[in-house]
Design a protein around this ligand. Sequence first.
Ligand SMILES: *Cc1c(COP(=O)(O)O)cnc(C)c1O
Length: 416
Amino acid sequence: MKNYLKQFPNKDGYFGEYGGAFIPPQLEPHFLEIAEAYDRIAGDASYINELRYIRKHFQGRPTPISHARNLSRLIGGGNIYLKREDLNHSGAHKLNHCMGEALLAKHMGKKKLIAETGAGQHGVALATAAAYFDMQCEIHMGEVDIAKEHPNVVRMKLLGAEVVPVGFGGKTLKEAVDSAFMSYLEQGDDAIYAIGSVVGPHPFPKMVRAFQQIVGEEAREQIVEMTGHLPDHAVACVGGGSNAMGLFAGFIEDEAVALHGVEPLGRGTKLGEHAATMTYGKPGQIHGFKCIVLTDENGEPAPVHSIASGLDYPGVGPEHSYLHDIGRVSYGAATDQETLSAFWALSRHEGIIPALESSHAIAYALKLAKRSPGENILVNLSGRGDKDLDYVADNFGYGEELDLMKMLQSAEPEFA
Ligand SMILES: *Cc1c(COP(=O)(O)O)cnc(C)c1O
């Protein structure tokens, strides 16, 4: 995997057979404009320095790594370390790519940022970036998510963004993407569409990975400083796959580091009850790019479920699809129940309340730690759980010690 990051994607945005840009002809010039602008300024010293300044003085980077000492001791296997993206300004890793995208928009002379959001995290991060750069911001959000993620809706409005409710179809992330695309079609001259993950048409999977790569670069240095060597495992949850690609980018060229992506297995293996794309999907197309997709009997993107609305997407980044096929990353899954157990356990035993999205990675890492004595497991704690507090407490309560034990007794991590 030497030089992997330089070689992938190719100039047309392909990772093997996945990726590309399949968009309406009217949108083609806009995506070309973004790709060209990005290639032009990505190596530009003033752009790099500006981004570096923002990360340090606005976002609060570098974020630390914490040793989950109590949980590791309790499990009695491997040691778990957490890359603390929950401490990145606005509470998740998403600000990393939003600041990059907004800075790009500024350099392109655009006045507005348009995007979809699922859990509201991308919307909040983009609204934050828009406020920082004094730009307009339009966020499309499914009505189901608006009801579930009320505090993030309030945040976006406070930050000056316009929140557009999306009321068709499943009223979640997938429909929000469709709605945002339609709005961009009309405003492409003055706006850029800021995609919230390593998904969408070229150049977004490549660009968003580059903006998130800082997570892996920092983590690599920090874990070596803390433990004396590279980790045995790096684990991250996968919705579209941006926090995972950010972490993995720091280790992908080191074959000795096992990489694990964790998807939501929701309420079970039946179609519609989960969003475990890698395990149950097949190659196809969604939202303008090729990837592994969960489809229904008509070949349409399937309805999905996850307790974490940031993960309920029937597609996945093209790069993950490729890394899955070549076997460089193992993809597993965590159920809603396991996720809740991890959410409670990390809160109670480490004093860190994680996002439900991140709790999927924690759940998987806890099981991995149990069967990996003496090994070091680095987990991307992609976001904080403040947005999920009321939802969890009202619907599922506060958890019991038993929940963690039950989860640890259950089967070994499932691999795709
Ligand atoms: C959005 C979100 C995710 C999922 O997005 P990826 O692109 O897969 O990283 C994960 N964790 C948190 C906290 C999120 O907000």
